[in-house]
Ligand binder design. Structure first.
Ligand code: THU
Length: 139
């Protein structure tokens, strides 16, 4: 059985996503990189889940903002991500690990708003950034 394609998020929801990502970025724990990141995800329950990067003195232990937001959403029962927003300096783009993590719960047409704190922004699809995500297939 196939589920219906999710309805695209409204302009209001996209604005709210961006605001949530911008706000949570201020909570980032990024003393090692000095690079705070905020992410927000709109889930199928209509709620917005936000996360920031959480670094650690043991550098590889650090967590990206997107996967933090995803953990918040899944822990509260969400199973489908309808849109995402990412805010950081420079050229905001989710890392490969976060794209793979998102692809578990979002489809290739899922819109991702990529923005800087000073208001530059663009919108891409998850499938633009991760055209060939890994899927577990056993023969
Ligand atoms: N970072 C994220 O939070 N998301 C990404 O997609 C890429 C990088 C964080 C990890 C680290 O805390 C800091 O940005 C610098 O790499």
């Amino acid at each position: 059985m196939r589920s219906d394609p999710p309805t695209p998020p409204s302009e209001t929801q996209l604005r709210q996503l961006l605001a949530a990502a911008l706000a949570v970025r201020h909570r980032a724990h990024a003393p090692y990189s000095g690079f705070p990141v905020g992410a927000a995800l709109l889930a199928d329950d209509g709620k917005i889940y936000a996360g920031c990067n959480v670094e650690n003195a043991s550098f590889p232990v650090g967590l990206c903002a997107e996967r933090n937001a995803l953990g918040q959403a899944v822990a509260r029962g969400a199973r489908r991500i309808l849109a995402g927003a990412l805010v950081c300096e420079g050229e905001p783009l989710p890392c490969g690990m976060c794209l793979q993590a998102l692809s578990e719960f979002a489809g290739p047409d899922t819109p991702l708003l990529l923005a800087t704190p000073d208001g530059r922004k663009r919108q891409l699809r998850l499938g633009d950034l991760l055209p060939h995500g890994f899927r577990l297939q056993r023969s």
